[in-house]
Design a protein around this ligand. Structure first.
Ligand SMILES: Nc1nc2c(ncn2[C@@H]2O[C@H](COP(=O)(O)OP(=O)(O)OP(=O)(O)O)[C@@H](O)[C@H]2O)c(=O)[nH]1
Ligand SMILES: [Mg+2]
Length: 389
């Protein structure tokens, strides 16, 4: 009795070739799915491998496989052992079977490792494409990314700078990029009071970002420095102490304060502030899973018809979180950006990421808890300078 291994696409093909080559008495000992040997087969489909026991004297004369049997792929027959030494032959076959099995397992493991690495490289390629620039562009890009400007945005700025330099080789890369950043930031658009026209300003943003504090700062500035008549309405019915927080400030500033407990009261409260130049409307931040939030904000927008909407985003926010916040509030229409808590991070890249991703105008930055001083109109020139130097 001898043992021989065959590879075939399926059991039927294996049986056909075994019968033809080894005769009707050949017995299939076992079968398993495997890959052909060799590096080039690492990612190939698995095929069926069968171990066949047969009597050499009953096997038809060996012949090359052709025609319909091509699907089957027998491995070369082992050197035929002497007939009186069948036990040795079986041991040798079993040993080589064992070696092949181990090799197969190693190749499988290697294959999985290579596939994993390739996947990793592909992911890296998608998120962080490798870009090489000549000096001084390389150091400008490093400066931007050190400041946490998103890699893709830094690349766009570098590419645009190169385009400009191609037409104006004498220009300085630093100056060109600074101008491109200024163009991207655009002119800040703070809340402006229009004479003889009452203005409602809606303030939006996630919870705890500084909406209420920013409103108080703006209200204090308009009241104390610009002598405007200001009112504040709170529509945040969820936050405990929200009314007390605002009432304390509105009392100090001697300005009217309205608390709205049901949104259908909002129109009436706005009417009650008919003599005001600017009315700020505070809102609740969106809590995770809060499906009602969007409907509430839309209802407030329908009723208050705000001339300005401000979206507050804290400065220490990653680019992915910036995208999420902007996407969440996209429905609110044309808002302006307030970057809060700038004092809590030394990086300035987030401002550029936000302006770029949101495609909205910046309005204010806030730089501390102090009322009314810690708020300013964004200074585009100083931001561009901080990002590059
Ligand atoms: N460091 C720093 N803290 C700030 C700034 N602005 C607000 N805060 C603080 O952030 C905390 C939350 O501020 P709020 O104004 O209550 O924030 P909010 O968005 O109204 O919060 P909710 O109403 O709960 O959604 C308070 O402790 C503020 O003092 C800022 O510019 N810098
Ligand atoms: Mg609040």
């Amino acid at each position: 009795m001898l043992v021989k291994r065959y590879h075939a696409k399926d059991m039927q093909a294996a049986m056909e070739v075994v019968k033809r080559e080894l005769g009707p008495d050949a017995v299939i000992l076992n079968s398993r799915k495997t890959r052909k040997k060799g590096l080039k087969n690492l990612f190939s489909k698995r095929i069926l491998e069968v171990m066949v026991a047969y009597e050499p004297e009953k096997a038809p004369i060996a012949r090359k496989i052709n025609g319909a049997a091509r699907a089957a792929d027998p491995t070369p027959a082992p050197a035929e052992p002497a007939r009186d030494d069948e036990a040795d032959a079986r041991r040798a076959a079993a040993a080589s079977e064992e070696t092949l099995k181990r090799l197969d397992e190693r190749i499988d493991a290697l294959g999985q490792m290579v596939a994993g690495l390739m996947e990793k490289f592909a992911e890296l390629g998608e998120t962080e494409p490798e870009h090489r620039y000549s000096e001084p562009l390389e150091s400008l890009v490093s400066r931007l990314t050190e400041n946490q400007v998103a890699g893709e945005l830094a690349h766009i700025l570098a590419r645009d700078t190169m385009d400009v330099l191609a037409g104006q080789p004498d220009a300085s890369a630093g100056e060109v990029m600074e101008q491109l950043i200024l163009d991207l930031i655009g002119a800040p658009e703070p809340v402006l009071h229009r004479r003889y026209k009452r203005k409602t300003v809606l303030v939006l943003g996630p919870t705890g970002v500084g909406k209420t504090t920013s409103i108080v700062k703006l209200a204090a500035n308009f009241t104390l420095k610009q002598n405007k008549k200001v009112g504040i309405i709170n529509t945040d019915m969820y936050r405990i102490g929200a009314n007390e927080q605002l009432k304390t400030y509105t009392d100090i500033l001697s300005i009217p304060f309205g608390a709205v407990y049901r949104l259908d009261e909002l129109g009436g409260v706005i009417e009650s502030m008919g003599d005001r130049d600017i009315i700020f409307i505070d809102t609740a931040g969106k809590r995770p899973g809060d499906e009602q939030h969007r409907e509430d904000i839309l209802e407030i927008i329908r009723t208050a018809k705000p001339e300005d909407t401000l979206l507050c985003v804290p400065a220490a926010t990653s680019f992915s979180a910036v995208k999420e916040i902007v996407d969440t509030y996209e429905f609110a229409g044309d808002f302006k950006l307030v970057v809060t808590k700038l004092d809590e991070t030394r990086f300035r890249g987030m401002l550029l990421n936000l302006i770029w991703y949101a495609r909205k105008s910046p309005a204010y930055i806030t730089t501390g808890q102090g009322v009314p001083d810690d708020i300013d109109v964004l200074d585009a020139a100083s931001l561009a300078d901080q990002l590059l130097h």
